[in-house]
Ligand binder design. Structure first.
Ligand code: FES
Length: 157
């Protein structure tokens, strides 16, 4: 998604231009673009009179922000201890192969998916666990995740 001239204005207005809501504004940016585009960070910096280094500090500190595009459907594969024991690392490897991405966080060329590993999603009893966006899939497998990817691709066509 390309950044339109008034995208940042709309987000800043939503938070009444109050820079104490910078994190909330960045969350809105992340949700809208699936990452924090450099030009948006620069505009926020000048509009809110906040140093650009401060914005980059926030975006690199919190795992929820990325500086490169994530897929529309970000996939997180848990590789915490309980999930690792039940094959989490293998699922991660298989999903990356299925999507043909060589690096965690890299978006697929169609912009639909990105994959990354996470440490314990807090529902170890459901291991192995994978999330796609906000949806949680427990006791899953590479086959089930691949099926889900195919279903999403079909829906997006
Ligand atoms: S280790 Fe995967 S949910 Fe806890």
């Amino acid at each position: 998604m390309e950044v339109q001239p008034n995208d940042v204005d709309n987000i800043v207005d939503r938070w009444r231009g109050d820079r104490s809501y910078l994190i909330e504004m960045l969350q809105d940016v992340q949700e809208q673009f699936h990452y924090i585009p450099k030009e948006v960070a620069e505009k926020l910096s000048s509009d809110l009179d906040v140093p650009l280094t401060h914005i980059f500090h926030i975006t690199t500190f919190y795992k929820g922000f990325t500086l490169e595009p994530r897929g529309k459907y970000p996939i997180s594969v848990c590789t915490g201890t309980a999930c690792h024991v039940k094959g989490g690392a293998r699922i991660l490897e298989n999903v990356m192969r299925e999507l043909n991405v060589s690096r965690e966080g890299e978006a697929t060329p169609d912009g639909l998916f990105s994959v990354e590993s996470v440490r314990c999603l807090g529902c170890c009893g459901l291991a192995p666990v994978v999330t796609v966006g906000d949806d949680v899939y427990g006791r899953t497998s590479s086959t089930k995740v691949n099926r889900l990817i195919k279903r999403i691709k079909g829906k997006e066509r």
